[in-house]
Design a protein around this ligand. Structure first.
Ligand code: NAD
Length: 284
């Protein structure tokens, strides 16, 4: 079975995942562990990382451990690398999952109009600090862990990096200019890394999840009861040909495919949409 290119076997591999206390990346960690990998779950929220690791360990498969880690703090990343190297050995696969938006970089309305009241956050009110925060979390938050962990990966057989892009990288979404720009930068950086590391055996690809419900977007999609769709949530469903939100476990298969040296050995620099057809649909 281990040599069958269509069956994923990550036994003996160390997979490092950032943002791993969150909805999507905790599922990716579970998928890797179920396929035999030891998984290091890094998150700013230590409790969330530990809780996700506990759940994974209860399932059997590869071992999981949570680490408190800020992807924007290089010293902290270096210290975590040393700790997890002692626990599991050097990193084989890095999943750069930490990311997100901020209300400080979000307009209230989709289109600018004249005569809006002072309470409305328009494009002109976007907080430069909020914009910096979003660019930094998504872009630097991918670049810095890659600088730290790719040192283990250069020249290591089967080593590769998976970044997490988004639908808004292909076409920007209304209201969230900074997050859209930052994710476009992630897609671009994915291609840059794929080229840069191509001579030393480290592939780099990305997944671009479509619309899932998560902590960071639930208030944009749903009313306070978290059940009734807001107009924006409705619009998303209407523009998703498959007519529903995605589920976190639907992100796992494409990620394991990209990370598996047997199945994706010649796949480098791609961004795979996992979106129920959203990116393919013009709306007409
Ligand atoms: P989430 O909010 O559930 O998880 C994000 C995790 O990142 C959280 O656990 C948070 O504590 C952690 N984090 C935040 N700042 C950090 C930092 N500085 N250092 C370390 N960890 C930090 O969100 P999610 O939906 O699971 O998102 C995971 C990735 O997927 C993100 O990059 C997000 O932009 C992307 N994404 C999400 C969707 C969606 O619909 N949910 C769609 C496309 C892309």
């Amino acid at each position: 079975m281990a040599n069958n290119p269509y069956v994923h076997d990550f036994s003996g591999k160390t997979v490092v995942l950032t943002g791993a206390g969150g909805v999507i990346v905790s599922k990716l960690a579970e998928g890797f562990a179920q396929a035999g990998a030891n998984v290091a779950l890094l998150d700013l929220n230590e409790d969330a990382a530990n809780e996700a690791a506990e759940k994974i360990n209860a399932l059997g498969g590869g071992k999981a451990k949570g680490y408190k880690c800020n992807v924007l703090d290089k010293e902290n990343l270096e210290a975590v690398r040393e700790e997890l190297n002692n626990d599991f050995g050097p990193c084989d696969i890095l999943v750069n999952g930490a990311g997100g938006n901020s209300p400080r970089a979000t307009t209230d309305n989709e289109f600018h109009e004249e005569g809006l009241d002072e309470e409305t956050t328009t494009f002109f009110d976007l907080d430069p600090e909020g914009v910096n925060f979003v660019f930094s979390l998504n872009f630097q938050g991918t670049l810095l862990p890659t600088q730290v962990f790719a040192k283990d990966m250069v020249g290591r057989e089967g080593a590769n990096i998976i970044n997490v892009s988004s639908m808004n990288a292909f076409t920007p979404l209304t209201k969230i200019p900074a997050y859209s720009g930052a994710k476009a930068a992630i897609s671009n950086f994915t291609q840059w890394l794929a080229v840069h590391f191509s001579k030393v055996g480290v592939r780099c690809n990305a997944i671009a999840p479509g619309f899932l419900v998560s902590h960071q977007n639930i208030d944009l999609m749903f009313e306070e009861d978290h059940e009734t769709l807001k107009p924006r949530g409705n619009k998303i469903i209407t523009n998703t040909p498959m007519g529903r939100f995605g589920e976190p476990d639907e992100m796992v298969g494409p990620t394991l495919f990209l990370a598996d040296e047997k199945s994706a050995s010649f796949v480098n620099g791609v961004i795979i949409p996992i979106d129920g057809g959203f990116a393919a649909y013009s709306g007409v």
